[in-house]
Design a binder for this molecule. Structure first.
Ligand code: SF4
Length: 696
């Protein structure tokens, strides 16, 4: 085992990227210990971070490549596995063309891996068909932020600003379960005299701490935001000078909002008029205020417009691009922010450049040493790509994702994956998707490799290698290095992460997400660097940019854009056959598809399986008692799990967490209706019916 000293690094899981130390143990493996010098979590870790080392154990992870032989996955050598992948990708490309090859990445991949994967797809495979699971995470917020501000960075201000503002509206976000150490920012906000408003159909642990909890029907928070804006106008609370000086499009947005009378909004959302008025009073009274969204408003077939409506509220009240005020998105996955900036998205090139922008193509092609005209154009979005497997797309290379559990309409997607001519998966564990592969490559994890991530604050961080991986395990970058050589591209895919980052810096230079002034050395010496951070040759280092938009927004004229939006129903409203709404989410002890956390003893004991939350009135109506197995049925399939009866949920809504495969897989039920702009599926609401097992 290599270095013996404790190594400061960051958690492998969520976008908070908590600082932690990892200490190699004499008997093998590592221990996670507190790291108090990192300001974001100040030593606090949730159970997932605290137990992260367990997934490093060879007992739960892959340590040998696997290839399918006689219908079974059997151990193989690296050369055999890599040769098999290169041969199949090459032959399928020859037979069907480059766009028959798909690539699917993940928001947990480091910046270096996301960058190399996008480059590999476009330069080595020549395919346009690449996207990643972050499309299912924050794409609506990214689209709305780009429309409004000209630039998307999850939080345009650091978390440390939250306790100092006057009011926060937290929309569809439950940090008490998803990123518990961040809860202290909201606790301190209230201790400082500020107020917290939580918008969530469920009375979550976060909502329990709020000064005001608004519980709209799932899929109606767009109308809620419009109703609040209506009241802001009606009560004369707009900031006219700010609107005049710093925005455009107000008249259209104002006119759209004025149709949403409070009584009308109460009928749509179920939130009473007095509570709407109270929210406006709390939001507008202080000098500064913020709106923060997460998956609730974003994972809708109108997610971009829904986030846009909340941004409009900020702009109309002068609460964006000012100190301690603004709109932000609490990104979910570990590198959810960086993962969308460096080219694994269907429509983007590194540096957050647009793939259909000729100047961006020329710049990146120059860095890559290829002809810009040879670069493919934009490809399909994540769900559309997965839906095309086995038809237009015949082979898939998948890295850092488990769509069999995490994709909407998952049973259908599982069938599409099974219908592929060839599937190669790089993962640390044998996930449910890896089980279907023709070749599985075991790859290194956070403690075994260096690499950068970009947290939800836009803070670029260095994860450091602390221990060697087990024999037989290599990094994703090694995989791309080896595959590119086998496919005839000898140069341009180094396995060394710092070398990749050096090229990424050049590719991002001058782009919206400019990393050119960030180096591994700086990241090792500082507690992260906020982008944009351009290189200043011959001058002092650029300090990075913790706060965006204070002087101007990123549109060419420096102004933010109002976007006139109107409410529309969820893609699948309840009816006689499916009279309830299902909403999905997470629990504190599991992470995303659960591929890693379901293998951790303590986490599995705390959250061993799925459940269905039912309001007591609904439970009484269908005859369900606590713990009874109930079946939830949507137009896409059925899922069965024990009932959990709680008055914390609306009587017209049921909730399931989505971390598990099998008969309790929540995503069997979810609706892939897509947002027209972001191509986000509607995870957050679909029509279902619920029955006690055996009651029919
Ligand atoms: Fe890791 Fe997120 Fe938990 Fe922090 S909150 S320890 S980053 S999973």
């Amino acid at each position: 085992m290599e270095p013996i000293a404790s190594t400061p690094t960051h958690c492998p899981y969520c976008a908070l990227q908590c600082g932690m130390n990892i200490m190699p143990l004499p008997q093998g493996g590592v221990e996670v210990t507190e790291r108090t010098d990192f300001p974001v979590n100040r030593g606090a870790l949730c159970g997932k971070g605290r137990t992260a080392a367990e997934v490093l154990s060879p007992a739960v992870r892959l340590t040998s490549p696997l290839v399918r032989s006689g219908g079974r996955l059997v151990e193989a050598g690296w050369d055999e596995a890599l040769d098999r992948i290169a041969e199949r990708l090459g032959s399928i490309r020859r037979e069907y063309g480059a766009d028959a090859l798909g690539v699917f990445g993940g928001g947990g991949l480091t910046n270096e891996k996301a960058y190399a994967l996008g480059k590999f797809a476009r330069v080595v495979l020549g395919t346009s068909q690449i996207d990643y699971n972050g499309r299912f995470c924050m794409s609506s917020a990214a689209a709305a932020g780009t429309k409004a501000f000209g630039l998307d960075r999850g939080l345009p201000f650091p978390l440390e600003d939250i306790p100092k503002t006057g009011c926060v509206i937290l929309v569809g976000s439950n940090p008490a379960e998803t990123m518990p150490p961040s809860l202290r920012y909201f606790t301190e906000l209230r201790e400082n005299g500020g107020t917290l408003i939580v918008v969530d159909p469920r009375r979550t642990r976060t909502a329990e701490q709020a000064d005001l909890h608004l519980a709209p029907r799932p899929g109606t928070d767009l109308a809620l935001a419009l109703g609040l804006l209506h009241l802001v106008v009606a009560e004369g609370r707009t900031d006219e000078e700010y609107i005049r000086e710093r925005t455009t499009g107000w008249e259209e947005a104002r006119a759209a909002a004025m149709a949403y009378w409070p009584e009308y909004v109460e009928r749509i959302t179920g939130v009473s008029v007095p509570r709407l008025r109270e929210a406006v009073r709390l939001f507008c009274a202080p000098e500064s205020a913020m709106v923060l969204t997460a998956r609730g408003p974003e994972q809708q077939s109108k997610g971009t417009d829904t986030v846009g409506a909340w941004i409009n509220l900020c702009l109309a009240t002068g609460r964006a691009g000012r100190p301690l005020s603004g709109y932000g998105c609490l990104t979910g996955q570990g590198n959810g922010q960086g993962g969308r900036e460096h080219g694994q998205k269907a429509d983007q090139l590194p540096g957050y450049r647009k793939l259909d922008d000729p100047a961006a193509r020329a710049h990146v092609a120059g860095v890559w040493g290829v002809d810009p005209d040879a670069l493919p154009g934009p490809g399909r979005s994540a769900y559309e790509l997965l839906d095309a497997l086995g038809t237009d797309i015949r082979a898939l290379l998948l890295m850092g994702s488990n769509p069999v559990v995490s994709a909407p309409r998952a049973a259908h997607i599982e069938e599409r994956i099974k219908s592929l001519d060839f599937l190669a998966v790089c993962d640390v564990v044998l996930s449910e998707t890896a089980e279907l592969a023709d070749v599985v490559l075991p790859v290194t994890q956070w403690a075994e490799e260096s690499g950068t991530t970009t947290s939800l604050e836009g803070r670029v961080l260095l994860r450091r290698r602390a221990i060697a991986p087990p024999p037989g395990v290599h990094s994703d970058l090694h995989v791309l290095h080896e595959l590119s050589a086998r496919l005839g591209v000898e140069k341009g895919f180094p396995a060394d992460p710092e070398e990749v980052f050096t090229e990424l810096r050049r590719a991002s230079a001058g782009g919206p997400a400019d990393y050119s002034g960030i180096t591994y050395r700086r990241l090792a010496e500082e507690t992260g660097v906020f982008w944009p951070c351009p290189e200043n040759p011959g001058e002092a280092n650029h300090p990075g940019t913790p706060r965006l938009f204070l002087d101007r927004f990123a549109h060419a004229d420096g102004r933010a854009r109002f976007v006139a939006v109107t409410h529309r129903p969820t893609a699948e409203e309840p009816d006689a056959e499916y009279p309830l709404l299902l909403t999905t989410g997470r629990v504190v002890a599991q992470y995303q598809s659960g591929a890693q956390t379901r293998r951790v003893t303590e986490l599995n004991a705390a959250a061993p399986g799925p459940f269905v939350e039912l309001h007591p009135r609904l439970a009484a109506r269908i005859g369900a008692a606590e713990g009874d197995p109930v079946t939830v049925t949507s137009r896409r399939g059925r899922a069965t799990a024990p009932a959990r009866i709680t008055s914390a949920i609306r009587p017209d809504t049921v909730f399931m967490p989505f971390h598990w495969p099998g008969e309790g897989r929540a995503n069997t039920l979810t609706n892939p209706a897509l947002d027209p702009t972001s191509r986000m599926p509607e995870f957050k609401s679909c029509a279902v019916r619920v029955e006690v097992v055996g009651s029919r």
